[in-house]
Design a protein around this ligand. Structure first.
Ligand code: PLP
Length: 402
């Protein structure tokens, strides 16, 4: 498509016609630049990004170290061969960095293209390690949109149209002690988000997480924690599971893992991972998983996250949001680190607030299973001034929608 045709037809129209849509009403903002916490559109309007590409840009958009790493790796080599055959320095360096910041039992990293593919890999791994087939997932949980991950999605509305799905998957209530009774010796794995994202940011109790870990250990069931959104400092610590004094058997990573580039991973012990090498060999195959440019970007991003202190003032920033988000029409605000959910009486109210915010230069969104809740999960680099200004717009929006 040449530039003249784009101009004549209108980029928005071309976007709607040729870029496949699954949202009936996409935002369709024509973004021309992003840096830190700010997006610029084609008309020069700026937006404060309160959602970080849905928990991706934790160190802000286009962090210079990530940009530099991408450029250098693109000039060195890009794709070489399918996953796992050749020694690729960016993969090795990033796997080592991750392993150095994870408990000893999580020392083997399988890099994938996305979070959903990490979920798929973990489902397969759990079957191989345990020799069992049953999987437990939780209501209102989200682990991805591919067929296996979709089979675990915790909401019938989202599952129903795609049947038949995978058999032998049990959906239970998150953070309820009675659910743990169903974890028995025929269950391969329990998949749980350490902090449930799409229900509108729900943190389980310390006791429930401890009991979940104990029951999995007692029955030989693998505990898979999904930190695709919760990881990389979002909740105030590098990994959310640190706050619960437990270690999963498999950890799912994605989103911020790639520093803004597409990358996912399922992480387990070397012993567990080795089951994917035999009968059949090549137990999980991916052409692009662990792409060297993505691994170089992720490595630079994680180093910056740790070394530049983005996690240090999360409690203060969280408190600042909470102080500034007060209005009688707000039913509740839940938070865990720099991750907040503002609950309104209905989707209708929430949608009007979101539209007002976007109109006034604050980018936000709703949650998949909590459409009445407004999402806040900004880059951790957001400044106090940006927080105060964004909250002022949200409160003005709440007032305006009446
Ligand atoms: N798990 C969680 C908790 C997620 O939030 C998501 C994506 O939103 C996924 C898994 C799937 O990741 P991806 O969209 O990269 O496939």
């Amino acid at each position: 498509m040449d530039a003249l045709k784009v101009k004549a037809l209108g980029k928005r129209q071309l976007f709607l016609q040729h870029v496949a849509q699954t949202s009936p009403a996409p935002l369709a903002i024509d973004v021309v630049k992003a840096s830190g916490c700010t997006l610029w559109d084609a008309d020069g309007k700026t937006y404060t990004d309160l959602i970080a590409g849905i928990s991706v840009c934790n160190i802000g958009h286009c962090h210079p170290a990530v940009v530099q790493a991408v450029k250098e790796q693109a000039e060195t080599y890009m794709h070489l061969l399918v996953y796992g055959e050749l020694v690729q320095t960016p993969q090795v360096a990033y796997a080592e960095l991750l392993a150095n910041h994870l408990p000893a039992a999580l020392d083997s990293i399988y890099f994938t293209n996305s979070g959903a593919e990490a979920t798929e890999g973990a489902m397969k791994l759990a079957k191989r390690v345990t020799g069992r087939t049953r999987i437990i997932a939780f209501n209102k949980s989200y682990h991805g949109s591919t067929q296996g991950a979709l089979s675990m999605i915790g909401d019938e509305y989202w599952r129903n149209a795609y049947r038949p799905l995978l058999p032998d998957i049990l959906h239970l209530n998150y953070n309820e002690h009675s659910s743990l009774e169903y974890i028995t010796e025929d269950v391969a794995a329990v998949f749980a988000e350490t902090i449930q994202a799409e229900s509108g940011v729900h943190a389980p109790s310390f006791e429930w997480m401890q009991a979940l870990r104990e029951k999995c250990t007692a029955t030989g069931t693998l505990l898979v924690l999904d930190e695709i959104q919760a990881g990389f400092g979002r909740t105030g610590t590098l990994w959310a599971f640190e706050q619960y004094g437990i270690v999963p058997d498999i950890l799912l990573l994605g989103k911020a893992l790639g520093g803004g580039m597409p990358l996912g991973a399922f992480v387990s012990s070397h012993k567990n991972m080795w089951t994917l090498t035999e009968n059949p060999v090549l137990g999980h195959i991916t052409t692009f998983g662990g792409h060297p440019v993505c691994c170089a970007a992720g490595y630079a991003g994680m180093k910056a996250l740790i070394e530049e202190g983005y996690m240090q003032d999360i409690p203060e920033k969280e408190a600042l949001f909470l102080t500034n988000l007060k209005h009688p029409r707000i039913k509740a605000v839940r938070s865990k680190g720099l991750w907040l959910s503002i609950e309104f009486d209905s989707f209708d109210t929430n949608k009007k607030v979101i539209d007002f915010c976007i109109e006034n230069g604050v980018l936000t969104d709703w949650f998949l299973f909590a459409p009445e809740c407004l999402r806040i999960g900004p880059p951790l680099s957001i400044t106090e001034e940006e927080i105060v200004a964004a909250c002022e717009v949200i409160v003005r929006a709440v007032e305006a929608v009446g």
